[in-house]
Ligand binder design. Structure first.
Ligand code: SF4
Ligand code: SF4
Length: 142
């Protein structure tokens, strides 16, 4: 598995727990398709756990690319990703600001250890994988 694996999106509908758990057996090719797909980038969000991870690590640079809000007092925070840190607007680039091309065909996540859960969990199931034409496979499909 490469370090580019895993983006997940709640907007694709309910996902069975067993499908999400199976992500550990998912083999990412590092093609970078998920991290360089503009329409997908513009739907990504972070949650309280992600925000705390970045705060704990003092990564204000990552926090600056998140439009953080809460649905109500005392509610966990959520955030739209990836925003332009200068304007606070959605980035125009189709690429995640943290992805870097490595060699001819591979892409590397430069915040792999700190990537948001939405990335850790991608793809959550075959439906999502196929919708985004991700070439990765689960162990049982080999
Ligand atoms: S599209 Fe699939 S195989 Fe390609 S980098 Fe993303 S998760 Fe990995
Ligand atoms: S944070 Fe990393 S894994 Fe997530 S979209 Fe950006 S480059 Fe890809």
């Amino acid at each position: 598995m490469t370090n580019l694996n895993l983006l997940a999106k709640a907007c694709l509908g309910p996902v069975a727990d067993e499908e999400v758990k199976d992500r550990e057996n998912f083999n990412c090719t590092g093609c970078g398709k998920c991290c360089t797909h503009g329409p997908y980038m513009r739907t990504m969000s972070a949650g309280e756990e992600d925000l705390q991870r970045w705060e704990d690590e003092g990564r204000q640079d990552i926090l600056d690319t998140a439009d953080i809000f809460s649905w109500g007092d005392g509610e966990d925070r959520t955030a739209d990703l990836w925003m332009d840190p200068k304007t606070g607007d959605e980035r125009n680039s189709d690429r995640c600001p943290w992805v870097k091309k490595v060699g001819k065909d591979n892409w590397h996540c430069t915040i792999h250890e700190l990537r948001p859960n939405v990335c850790r969990n991608y793809p959550v199931n075959k439906k999502q994988r196929d919708e985004f034409e991700c070439p990765g496979v689960w162990d049982h499909e080999r």
